[in-house]
Design a protein around this ligand. Structure first.
Ligand code: ADP
Length: 258
């Protein structure tokens, strides 16, 4: 079976009046359907650039991005995003926000409306349909943002530090909450983060990038005992500190890292 997502030898540089900034250098990896992949790397190494290439916002200078074996520009597959900010509109109700994508795509009908209400109930937002975003907690807002994303039934989810705007305590529980929901939905997901603990607690595999221009430095498959299913439980698993140590050392070692 073809991987859901494949980055094949991609290179990318920014060109400005000050010159060229190489951001990504010969990056290759593939993500099988249903996998939760985390990508970590030092600040400024090119993580967000990589995500922009994976979703087709930027085109690689060399190499290609394939979804189900088809170049991204021709694939027509739905990609969902979650970003650092939830980008909910204050002038719309929660229902108005989660239905926005469907409305724009003219797919908001009786059936999709029922599905949205089911998701709102399943994700703990029943009774908040008519509330404004400012009336919700940070965690509830991120859940609303996730429903808005999942409403379009994306095959692939790209997450760019989606929890980093939250305070530490909220961040732990929202990360637990949202990544469990993503896992239950069986979606393929790529999480970009600079937080090693977040990567280890959520992912099936972690890719470590070098400092800029980013290349793949190492790949760590993660396995935990069955009883450590959720991100919060994983943090207490005996394997956790070993993985943290390995990732930390990999990030720091070598002449090309910061
Ligand atoms: P990260 O997400 O890992 O912090 P980015 O992908 O945002 O890194 O940026 C990688 C590098 O590319 C940085 O050195 C940044 O300064 C540079 N960069 C990012 N966006 C632009 C741009 N639009 N023009 C020029 N350089 C950019």
């Amino acid at each position: 079976m073809k991987p859901k997502l494949e980055a094949r030898d991609i290179c990318y540089s920014y060109h400005t009046t000050d010159g060229e900034t190489p951001a990504l250098s010969h990056i290759s990896f593939s993500v099988p359907a249903g996998e939760f992949l985390a990508v970590v790397g030092p600040s400024g190494c090119g993580k967000s650039t990589l995500l922009s290439l994976l979703c087709g916002l930027l085109e690689p200078e060399e190499g290609s991005v394939l979804i189900d074996g088809v170049p991204i520009a021709q694939s027509g597959q739905a990609i969902g995003y979650m970003l650092q900010k939830d980008h909910l509109f204050e002038w719309r109700t929660i229902y108005g926000n989660v239905s926005l994508g469907l409305e724009i795509q003219k797919k908001l009908n009786r059936d999709s409306g029922v599905r949205l209400r089911q998701m709102l109930a399943a994700y703990g937002l029943k009774g908040f349909e008519h509330s404004r975003p400012s009336e919700l907690s940070g965690g509830m807002r991120q859940r609303a943002a996730l429903i808005r994303t999942l409403a379009l039934k994306p095959d692939l989810l790209l997450l760019d530090e989606p929890f980093s705007a939250l305070d530490y305590q909220t961040r732990l529980s929202v990360c637990d909450d949202i990544s469990s929901l993503i896992r239950e939905s069986g979606k393929t997901a790529v999480l970009i983060t600079h937080d090693l603990s977040e990567a280890i607690s959520t992912a099936d595999r972690v890719i470590v990038l070098s400092s800029r221009p980013a290349s793949v430095k190492a790949v760590f498959p993660l396995t935990f005992g069955k009883e450590y299913k959720s991100p919060l439980k994983r943090r207490n698993a005996p394997e956790f500190s070993g993985y943290f140590d390995q990732l930390w050392r990999t990030l720091k070692e070598g002449p090309e890292t910061e």
